[in-house]
Design a protein around this ligand. Structure first.
Ligand SMILES: [Zn+2]
Length: 191
């Protein structure tokens, strides 16, 4: 493993991961420091500070170690290491599915038909209930499957025909599901 002035609290496996990633293909630990300075809110001062990251198991709080891209670890005092993602400078915020659902309930209540989403392209605000009001012939389950990622104009009158399934990445929020996959979503109205 590369000689580096590792902080005392950083467990061996984390040092090894960083070292393995950042010292191959001609990279050095200075590149990790540059990555931290340019990508992580707070820069190098953030390393080791107590922060919350997002994982499929929910938010995890501990000593913060940005690893690469938007991936980070948090380290607990007993040496436990947890994996997750963090909000990058200029990046797309990520929340766990549970956090996302909790937020929806806080904003709109437990009935998901009333959850209102904003199209990032045209600003249209839509919910399952608002769609079924203008297009009662649609199946509720079908509407539920696209209400958070397609503008209503793709399916019914109104809005535009934007979809987050397209190539242009305009979303401002990503949800991480239990199996670790990332789903771009429309933001909640007023959220
Ligand atoms: Zn739209």
């Amino acid at each position: 493993m590369t000689e580096y002035d590792w902080p005392d609290w950083m467990p061996e496996p984390v040092r090894k991961e960083l070292s393995d990633f950042w010292t191959c293909f001609g990279r050095t630990m200075a590149d990790w420091e540059r990555y931290v300075e340019t990508t992580v809110p707070g820069g190098m001062a953030a390393v080791g500070s107590v922060r919350t990251i997002y994982s499929s198991g929910g938010p995890m709080t501990g000593r913060f170690v940005p690893a690469w891209n938007n991936m980070a670890r948090v380290v607990w005092d007993d040496g436990t290491v947890r994996y997750g993602s963090f909000e990058q400078i200029g990046g797309v915020p990520t929340v766990s599915k549970k956090e996302w659902l909790d937020r929806g309930i806080v904003l709109f209540g437990p009935d998901m038909d009333g959850w209102r989403f904003v199209c990032p392209s045209c600003g249209n605000v839509q919910s399952v209930a608002s769609i079924l009001a203008v297009a009662p012939e649609l199946a509720r389950d079908d509407v539920k499957a696209w209400i958070y990622c397609d503008c209503q104009g793709r399916h019914v009158e109104g809005g535009c025909n934007w979809t987050l399934g397209g190539l242009l990445r305009t979303h401002r929020l990503e949800v991480v599901t239990a199996d670790g996959s990332v789903v771009p979503v429309f933001e909640f109205a007023g959220g």
